[in-house]
Design a protein around this ligand. Structure first.
Ligand code: GLN
Length: 257
């Protein structure tokens, strides 16, 4: 259910990482291979966040630390939206985080429910479902703070998980710790919860596996995290369930959740 992808590396058109390969994220929206536990297609919208490429020598360029992502989302299926090929192909980025959505039954199909969710330098996506998410996230927020129903961007488990992650980050957790702690606490409340989380800041990507599939492809100049490999490159590395992974070009670190 839902598929997501993060890219870091040389500047590329924003559309490129999400349409790359014979089994791209866009293809996974109608023909996913590794959907587990329900959903069949990811037709309930999509979203892309990107960190703009800065021209070398540009005296107005921001420090990498200050580059915030721009975002485009649509509640329609990704394959129906000409903006992907016509507009997103015209913008260059050095980091991209994209998601295609299969709405969980009972959750709204609307643009605000489409990942990525963003704040400051960060973009976030959730692949999975938290049964009884209101009660579960309220219980976890009693311990870590964070979920104010008035701040929820959409009435979904994913939007609530994002507020929990942000609460932990604001309390000083590093991104990998924040994702780990949210997944652990949510699963402690509801063992059937499924929570593949993906977070990026334009320079690194962090992701968890909790029930759903995930693979990484990293070389010296680029790093990709994807629910499913988009091609048959033998360097794709499948990530075991219950892991948290940190990647950037030339670096992969995997720990157990
Ligand atoms: N439960 C989330 C939503 O409805 C994510 C769905 C999914 O992973 N299929 O948006």
């Amino acid at each position: 259910m839902c598929r997501h992808l993060g890219y870091l590396g040389p500047a590329v058109p924003v559309s490129e990482p999400i349409t790359r390969g014979p089994h791209s994220l866009r293809v996974q929206s109608w023909a996913p291979r590794e959907m587990r536990g329900g959903g069949t297609i990811n037709a309930d919208g999509f979203g892309v966040a990107w960190w703009p490429a800065q021209a070398p020598g540009d005296t107005d360029a921001l420090d990498a630390q200050d580059v915030e992502p721009t975002r485009y989302r649509n509640a329609a299926p990704i394959w129906t939206d000409p903006a992907v090929d016509d507009v997103l192909s015209q913008i260059e980025a050095t980091a991209v985080l994209g998601a295609v959505r299969s709405a969980t039954v009972g959750m709204p199909v609307e643009r605000t429910a489409c990942a990525p969710f963003t704040s400051g330098r960060l973009a976030f996506s959730h692949n999975g479902v938290v049964p009884d998410w209101r009660a579960v996230c309220a219980a976890v927020s009693k311990e870590v703070g964070g979920v104010d129903p008035f701040e929820l961007e959409a009435s979904t488990d994913s939007a609530a998980l994002w507020l929990l992650v942000r609460a932990l980050l604001e309390r000083g957790a590093d991104p990998s710790e924040a994702l780990t702690e949210v997944v652990r606490r949510v699963v402690a409340e509801r063992s059937e919860a499924r929570a593949n989380l993906l977070l990026g800041d334009g320079e690194q990507l962090w992701a968890t596996t909790c029930y759903h599939s995930l693979s990484v492809l990293v070389d010296d100049t680029s790093a990709v995290v994807s629910s499913e490999p988009y091609d048959d490159d033998p360097r794709w590395q499948p990530i075991d369930d219950r892991s948290v992974v940190t990647v950037r070009p030339g670096h992969v670190a995997i720990e157990s959740l």
